[in-house]
Design a protein around this ligand. Sequence first.
Ligand SMILES: [Mg+2]
Length: 214
Amino acid sequence: MHVIWDWNGTLVDDLPIVVECVNAALREIGEDPIDADDYRDHFVRPVHRFYESLLERSITEQEWATLDRTFHERYAHSLDRVPLADGAAEALDAVDARGWSQSILSMWWEEDLTACVVRRGLDDRMVLVQGNRNDGGGTKAAHLRLHLETLGIGPSLAVLIGDSLDDAAAARELGAGCVLYDGGSHHPAELKKTGVPVAATLTDAVDLAAPDGP
Ligand SMILES: [Mg+2]
């Protein structure tokens, strides 16, 4: 078995900082700030639809460019304040203890992602760390296809552990397994509607990823 970890909202607990960065972006286009509940109520990919859902209106190309640029600039400045999620280290150990391999697949820019993974000393245990190379705010399925091809692993032997509806959609499209962790970008009730197992902790997520159950 192979576990593919999502990064933001799964292995790192960045929701408070993400909300700060969204608010910096909204301020740039003259809109009011939101809180974490608003974020979880509206988060969706592609990301420009998230802002449209929040603002209950369409956004212009120029506004989208400003939002995306401001968010990423602000987030890059906040990197050192982003902690590993509760139980992340134990969950990575649990994957190793089962004799499974593991990797990271994120929609965040690959260079920044890799630097963060290395800084936390997690790169040695990952067979692949893949971030976003070219696609501002798209969906995860195409990235998951490339990830599986690079790994040379069939989807039936892989389980994606993530925190978003987009993680579940990507796994479904490729035929991979999926477990959702409810500490991230969506409310648990929304995650449960996907029909995939939902875990309250990352170690529970690893247990649920086992083909024969916990
Ligand atoms: Mg995530």
